[in-house]
Design a binder for this molecule. Structure first.
Ligand code: HEC
Ligand code: HEC
Length: 275
């Protein structure tokens, strides 16, 4: 009898371990990316808007932060009419920028986010004068002017507003390989180094890498001194397992699905060495 139960206990334990391992194991080495050039000569405004939506969800990493409460770490701009919101921002006495209309304001929010900080959303301790949003035309996100235009077109069009952005000229866009699968785009290549992986997954949009100052998440300059390799790996593949005190559960939960094993291990090694 006892032996029987012990065996069952052992099998259950084993089954649990197996499920855990499967859950923790990200997809295997990424397949070679397929590069597709978008035919911009025949691009319509609907295509451009679709490209903007895709950039918003994927390459632009906007939905890392801009998503509905309570998980959102930024105003839920997908459910806000950004054209009427822009008029309110421009009329606000705290507004410090030079924008004249909604398209200007949205662009300014992307490249110089501290020009206007939405009340309650400023960086901790800055009294709403410094935005925690990274400039999206800079590394790691690095959108081109055309990509930002596509996002503006999307934000205008999604609520039925007139799109005031012009389509890119075929010449200007000829060399662009779009990141937008909607427009026939590309699966990103596996990163070759830890630094590349930090950029590819926009970790530094939320984490300072050279200081301990909090951004959206904790600074990681000396993370290797407070977390073991195992804990760092878990923070990346299963962020909800342990929530760092004083921070919201805002870290994306799908890195394990997106990363290759090699990318994950490079990141873990790199962070574990930061002491
Ligand atoms: C790391 C988190 C983060 C990411 C990534 C991010 N944002 Fe933001 N964004 C914020 C926060 C926080 C605010 C509110 C503070 C402020 O006004 O700057 C904000 C504000 C804005 C605003 C102004 C909203 C308003 O109500 O006036 C716009 C527009 C915007 N973001 C667009 C974008 C777009 C487009 C992207 C992707 C290309 C993006 N953001 C990526 C955090 C982020
Ligand atoms: C949208 C913002 C966001 C992004 C993007 C993000 N993180 Fe985080 N991260 C957080 C937040 C918030 C916490 C603290 C809450 C928690 O523990 O989940 C955190 C916690 C962590 C921790 C634990 C830190 C500690 O001191 O306890 C590690 C390690 C970490 N992140 C690594 C990464 C890596 C590597 C990436 C990129 C692959 C990444 N993060 C991307 C927001 C983010």
């Amino acid at each position: 009898m006892t032996v029987f139960f012990k065996t069952i206990g052992f099998s259950i334990g084993l089954a649990l371990v197996f499920t855990l391992v499967t859950q923790l194991l990200p997809q295997v080495e990424g397949e070679a990316p397929v590069e597709t050039k978008v035919d911009l000569a025949s691009l319509t405004m609907d295509d451009f808007v679709a490209m903007g939506e895709d950039l918003f969800m994927n390459k632009g990493t906007c939905t890392l932060c801009h998503k509905p409460p309570p998980i959102g770490r930024a105003p839920d701009i997908q459910s806000m009419d950004m054209v009427s919101t822009s008029s309110e921002r421009l009329a606000d006495e705290r507004y410090q920028g030079e924008s004249k209309d909604a398209a200007d304001y949205i662009l300014e929010s992307m490249i110089d986010p501290s020009k206007f900080v939405v009340a309650g959303w400023g960086k901790k301790g800055s009294n709403d004068t410094v935005s925690p949003m990274p400039a999206v035309d800079k590394a790691p996100i690095q959108l081109s002017a055309m990509e930002m235009d596509a996002i503006i077109a999307y934000l205008q069009a999604k609520d039925g507003n007139e799109v005031t952005i012009s389509l890119p000229s075929p010449e200007a866009a000829a060399e662009v390989v779009a990141a937008a699968p909607a427009a026939g785009g590309v699966a990103p290549a596996p990163a070759a180094t830890a630094e590349e992986a930090l950029g590819k997954y926009a970790c530094s949009a939320c984490h300072a890498m050279d200081s301990e100052d909090p951004l959206v998440g904790p600074g990681l300059a000396t993370v290797g001194a407070r977390l073991s390799e195992t804990e760092i790996r878990q923070s990346i593949v299963d962020p909800a397992a342990v929530i760092t005190e004083g921070f919201p559960p805002a870290m994306p939960a799908d890195f394990a699905e997106k990363m290759t094993v090699r990318e994950l291990e490079m990141l873990v090694q790199h962070l574990a060495e930061k002491k």
